[in-house]
Write a protein that binds this ligand. Structure first.
Ligand SMILES: Nc1ncnc2c1ncn2[C@@H]1O[C@H](COP(=O)(O)OP(=O)(O)O)[C@@H](O)[C@H]1O
Ligand SMILES: Cc1cn([C@H]2C[C@H](O)[C@@H](COP(=O)(O)OP(=O)(O)O)O2)c(=O)[nH]c1=O
Length: 216
């Protein structure tokens, strides 16, 4: 059985970049790795609805924190069987965002903390009710808010990609960073490691700490 490893962090923190570096390093060490990212845009209708909502195309649906969280959760529910199969066939399944994104962004929108009612609602909804696989390890890629915002802005111009409603809300990103810190400190759903994403991430250290003792 493979390990489910999740990378979490703010928009523009460098999650996609770290996922690629970790995948390359694990593969070089002979591990079989499957990768994925949530929301599954262009693959799942709920993810596509999320995108529409985040770009203001679904009216007041975006205003509902629980409504948005249900869409993200339905995307994961639809992926759960495939994730279980991938875990059976690989040593590591590495995900860019997962259930904790729902907890962090929703709690931040509601101005709650990691110990608040919304985070527990997400856990009960996604884990107890929908039965999505629980992570074995979550990595919080932590960068100062301004760095994440700069990187997101840089990517926006480089990839001609318009920033969505969450990405362009600086206060929300700030509150979200605090909830993430709380989730990591509480080891919510799994052990967490906080990774400093300010400079180049040293993936070899991460592998030594977390992956070498996992027998394929
Ligand atoms: N460690 C890093 N140092 C400098 N720039 C980085 C680093 N990691 C990512 N970036 C750049 O920041 C931008 C956002 O990175 P990305 O991995 O797409 O973030 P995320 O997936 O968290 O939104 C990209 O342009 C990427 O090249
Ligand atoms: C996966 C997920 C993301 N989000 C938020 C975080 C991001 O601000 C936003 C979009 O996800 P993101 O992965 O940043 O998509 P992209 O950068 O490709 O547009 O959705 C949730 O609120 N809950 C979730 O379950």
């Amino acid at each position: 059985m493979g390990k489910l490893v999740v990378i979490e962090g703010l928009d523009g923190a460098g999650k996609r970049t770290l996922a690629k570096a970790l995948t390359d390093a694990l593969t070089a060490r002979g591990r079989k790795v499957a990768t994925g990212a949530f929301p599954r845009y262009d693959e799942d209708v709920h993810a596509d609805l999320v995108r529409d909502a985040l770009h203001g195309r679904l009216g007041d649906l975006t205003d509902s924190v629980h409504g948005m969280a249900v869409l993200y959760a339905l995307d994961r529910r639809g992926a759960a069987d495939r994730l279980r199969q991938e875990l059976a066939d690989h040593d590591v399944v590495l995900l860019d965002r997962y259930v904790a994104s729902n907890a962090a962004y929703g709690a931040a929108r509601l101005r709650q903390g990691a110990d608040g009612a919304f985070v527990e609602w997400v856990r009960a909804f996604e884990v107890d009710r929908f039965g999505v696989p629980v992570p074995d390890l979550q990595l919080l890629l932590r960068v100062p808010r301004a760095v994440a915002a700069d990187r997101a802005a840089h990517r926006e111009s480089a990839e001609r990609r318009e920033r969505d409603l969450y990405e362009s809300d600086d206060d929300l990103q700030g509150r979200c960073a605090s909830v993430y810190d709380g989730l990591a400190a509480a080891h919510w759903l799994s052990p967490w490691e906080v990774v400093d994403g300010t400079a180049e991430v040293r993936v070899e250290g991460l592998l030594d700490r977390h992956f070498t003792h996992w027998t394929p």
